[in-house]
Design a protein around this ligand. Structure first.
Ligand code: SF4
Length: 353
C-alpha cells in the first residue's frame, strides 16, 4: 500500500509564557510524537476525547500550524520544507472540512461566491466558474439555485454540504475532516457520512476523519488511530480495533457507547477523572492516572507503540492479558444491539437506498 501522506514523529509544543517579558515557563505538549500513513482512497480516523491532540494533528498536516518537529510527506514531498508560495500551490491538494461550516463561510458571501472564491484562489475553471459552481453543488446534493443564497439560509446539514462543496471544488486528493458531523443530528450525520463515502469512491479521495464518536467512525474508517494526551495509543484496521481492542483506553471508549438494556452483562471500563493537563503529563504511560490496570512499571517506563505482524499497534506494557474475552460492542444477534448504532445503520440504509 503506497502512502499518499506519511507523517513521522510529529510534535507540537505550545510554549507557556509568564511575566511581562514573556519568559518561557513550560509548554503544552499538544502533539508528542505522532506517526501514521494515509493511502490513496482510504480513511484514517483520529479518535479520542477532547484535548487529545487530534485536531492539532489535523492542523499540522494542513500547515495551519507549524510543528515543533517531525515530518509530513505528501506524495513523497517534504511539506515542511516548502516555502509559503510553494505551500500555497500544494494546498489545493490538501483541503479541510470544519465541524462548524457556518464559522468557516463568509456570511456576506453567497454560496456561489464562496465556491468561486476557492476556484479563483487556485486559478481553476477560468471562463466557466458559474457552470463549475452548479456542477459541484449538484455533486453534494444541492441545486445550482442554492448558489444564490447566503449561509444563514441553510440548515446545519446543508451548510456542511456547502463546506464539502467548497473543499471539493478545487479537486483535492486528501481532505482533513475535522469533526464534520459532531454537531449534526444522527439522521443527518448518516447522510453526510454517506455523501463523503460516495465522493471518496467516485474521486479516489483520502480522508483524515477526526472524531470522538466511535459509532460514526465505524461507518467511514479504513484504519483508526486512538489518541490520548498527544500520543497514539492504538492503531489498527477498523475491524481489528473493534473486534480486539487492546489498549484499556480504546476499550473504555468502546464501552462508553451506551446500551440501555440492563439485562446485557457487559464489561464496563470506567474512565474516572479528567484528562491530565498536557502541560504536565504523567510520567511513563500517560494513561496511568485513569487506567484501572496501572502498576508500578506504568509510572516508570513509557510504553512504545509496538505493531504486530498485521500492523495492529498498541502502547501498553500489559495488553496481552487485558484483551476482553467478550466483545465490548455487541455485534451479534445473541446480544441486544446498541440503539444508537441501529438508528445510524437504518439511516445509512435509507440514505443509500
Ligand atoms: Fe494501563 Fe499500564 Fe497499560 Fe498504561 S501501560 S494502559 S497504565 S496497564
Amino acid at each position: 500500500m503506497t502512502a499518499l501522506l506519511h507523517v513521522d514523529g510529529l510534535v507540537k509544543h505550545f510554549p507557556i509564557r509568564k511575566g511581562m517579558f514573556g519568559r518561557a515557563a513550560g509548554a503544552v505538549r499538544a502533539v508528542d510524537g505522532v506517526s501514521f500513513d494515509v493511502a490513496v482512497g482510504e480513511t484514517l480516523a483520529l479518535v479520542g476525547e477532547s484535548g487529545c491532540g487530534k485536531s492539532t494533528t489535523g492542523r499540522l498536516v494542513l500547515r495551519l500550524l507549524e510543528p515543533t518537529s517531525g515530518k509530513v510527506f505528501f506524495d513523497g514531498e517534504d511539506l515542511l520544507a516548502l516555502g509559503d508560495d510553494e505551500m500555497r500551490r500544494r494546498r489545493r491538494a490538501i483541503q479541510v472540512i470544519f465541524q462548524d461550516p457556518f464559522a468557516s463561510l463568509n456570511p456576506r458571501m453567497t454560496v456561489a461566491q464562496a465556491i468561486t472564491e476557492a476556484l479563483a484562489l487556485h486559478g481553476l475553471a477560468e471562463g466557466r466558474r458559474r457552470e463549475r459552481v452548479g456542477e459541484i453543488l449538484s455533486l453534494v446534493g444541492l441545486s445550482p439555485e442554492h448558489g444564490r443564497r447566503y449561509p444563514h439560509e441553510f440548515s446545519g446539514g446543508q451548510r456542511q454540504r456547502i463546506g464539502i462543496a467548497r473543499a471539493l471544488a478545487v479537486e483535492p486528493r486528501i481532505v482533513v475532516c475535522d469533526e464534520p458531523v459532531s454537531a449534526l443530528d444522527v439522521s443527518i450525520q448518516a447522510q453526510v457520512v454517506n455523501l463523503l463515502r460516495d465522493l471518496q469512491k467516485r474521486f479516489g479521495l483520502s480522508y483524515i476523519f477526526i472524531a470522538h464518536d466511535l459509532a460514526v467512525v465505524k461507518f467511514i474508517a479504513t484504519r483508526i488511530a486512538v489518541m490520548y494526551l498527544g500520543r497514539i495509543v492504538e492503531y489498527a484496521d477498523k475491524r481489528a480495533l473493534f473486534d480486539e481492542p487492546r489498549h484499556p483506553y480504546t476499550q473504555a471508549l468502546l464501552a462508553s457507547i451506551p446500551i440501555p438494556q440492563p439485562a446485557v452483562k457487559r464489561r464496563r471500563i470506567l474512565l474516572e477523572g479528567d484528562v491530565p493537563s498536557p502541560s504536565n503529563p504523567p510520567s511513563g504511560c500517560r494513561f496511568r492516572t485513569r487506567c484501572p490496570y496501572a502498576r508500578p512499571r506504568c509510572a516508570e517506563e513509557t510504553p512504545a507503540l509496538q505493531p504486530d505482524a498485521s500492523g495492529h499497534a498498541v502502547a501498553c506494557h500489559f495488553w496481552p492479558e487485558l484483551v476482553p474475552r467478550e466483545p465490548i460492542l455487541p455485534g451479534t444477534a445473541a446480544i441486544p444491539r446498541n440503539p444508537r448504532l441501529e438508528a445510524l445503520q437504518a439511516a445509512f440504509r435509507h440514505a443509500s437506498g
